[in-house]
Ligand binder design. Structure first.
Ligand SMILES: *Cc1c(COP(=O)(O)O)cnc(C)c1O
Length: 387
């Protein structure tokens, strides 16, 4: 386990201990979790991992867990990195790998973040949780809340698939359907939290969901024997995964775990909701909220992200880029991956395939390069069972 860790503001660099139930810095920005990496570099090598179980908690030295504590876990992480050879040949790029996050508990990578966040909050004494969600974060919180013996309340937009609402309820969560977007759900969740003291685990409002999600990068590096890919293509909503993976690559470099350069981080959004792409094209450090957000990829329907400046910073620092794809293209991307490789793909995952097609065509990814696409969830999460 991590023997010590502390928090450092992502904006004003103020620091504090990790005791209690930290949320945001006084300046309003999220916290980074910081570990004594220099010390760890001397005694925590990649070889030390060999005999550990394949869940994300195998990286416990760089996760927020103290001696004597146990994680709230359902076996999240350890997802396959699938070589997509036919797709690579068709796209004209040397290697395409798909990190298949649909294999996680509750069928999406939201499990990683919520395993970490629920673990910390439960250690801090929390007994009830609240979350605003497009659906997948709600069902992951519902599962981990049940695992921790805590109560969960979720606010989701009315058009959230009935399948996911049912899934949450089976885990014992209360689900409130809100006639509005995720931003309206966030207001409702905040009000509930203020009224009842339920712990609000909204994206980037507490420091630990990022820590869970960053483990995707640790796994990718381990699965590629210590060499980062040239590009990581990520379907971006609130951006926790992209921010977290960039943080993890930085940590791994400090730990001396990487042979070769860092990857370029590519932020993919849907044309009907692309605030990060617009901000990146303008060279801005922050994004303006997107009006009338519309896309079939509900995980990408995030008009304004608290971590906008962190997403843009990661894309810029890594030499990556941001691009948008049409709904028809992302749905086609999901079908391509399913039919050519057998990977059950969500629309958000399909967006990374559609994006890679454009990146290869424009030369942003060269034919001799290696790309990793994140399939963030399984296809079954989007099946409509209402007919
Ligand atoms: C939440 C979600 C996303 C977006 O993830 P962020 O880390 O918020 O950017 C992408 N795909 C799926 C399936 C999701 O549930």
């Amino acid at each position: 386990m991590a023997e010590s860790f502390h928090l450092e503001c992502t904006r004003c660099a103020r620091t504090r201990g990790a005791e209690g139930l930290p949320t945001l810095c006084e300046c309003g920005a999220p916290w980074w979790v910081r570990y004594p990496l220099k010390e760890l570099a001397a005694r925590f090598s990649r070889r030390a991992l060999a005999d550990r179980p394949w869940t994300l908690w195998r990286y416990e030295e760089v996760l927020p867990l103290y001696e004597g504590e146990s994680p709230v876990t359902l076996g999240e992480g350890g997802t396959p990195l699938v070589p997509a050879r036919r797709l690579a040949a068709e796209l004209g790029v040397s290697e395409v790998w798909v990190k298949d996050e649909g294999k996680n508990p509750t069928g999406t990578f939201k499990a990683r973040g919520l395993s970490a966040a629920v673990t910390r909050a439960a250690c801090g004494g929390t007994r009830s949780f609240v979350i605003p969600s497009a659906g997948n974060a709600a069902s992951a919180l519902a599962a981990y809340g049940a695992r921790a013996g805590c109560s969960v309340r979720a606010y989701v937009p009315v058009d959230t698939p009935r399948l996911i609402v049912e899934e949450c309820r089976r885990y014992g969560a209360e689900v409130i359907r809100v006639d509005g977007l995720i931003s309206h759900c966030a207001q409702e969740a905040q009000a509930w939290s203020a009224k009842t003291g339920a712990f609000d685990v909204s994206t980037l409002r507490e420091p630990y969901r990022i820590e869970g999600k960053k483990t995707m990068a640790y796994e990718i590096a381990e699965q590629l024997d210590g060499r980062a890919p040239d590009a990581i293509v990520y379907p971006t909503g609130g951006g926790t995964g992209l921010i977290g993976m960039w943080k993890a690559f930085d940590e791994m470099q400090e730990l001396g775990w990487l042979d070769g350069p860092l990857p370029r981080m590519v932020c993919v959004q849907a044309e009907g909701c692309a605030p990060m792409v617009r901000a990146w094209a303008r060279g801005a450090t922050h994004a303006i909220p997107w009006e009338n957000a519309q896309t079939v990829a509900s995980g990408l329907r995030v008009p304004s992200a608290r971590g906008d400046f962190l997403i843009l910073r990661a894309v810029r620092e890594s030499g990556g880029c941001a691009l948008a794809v049409a709904d028809a293209a992302l749905l086609q991307g999901a079908r391509d991956l399913e039919a050519s490789e057998g990977v059950a793909t969500c629309p958000e995952g399909g967006a990374t395939i559609a994006a890679l097609r454009i990146l290869v065509r424009t030369g942003a990814v060269r034919p001799d390069e290696r790309a990793v696409c994140l399939n963030t969830g399984a296809s079954w999460k989007t099946f409509d069972l209402s007919t």
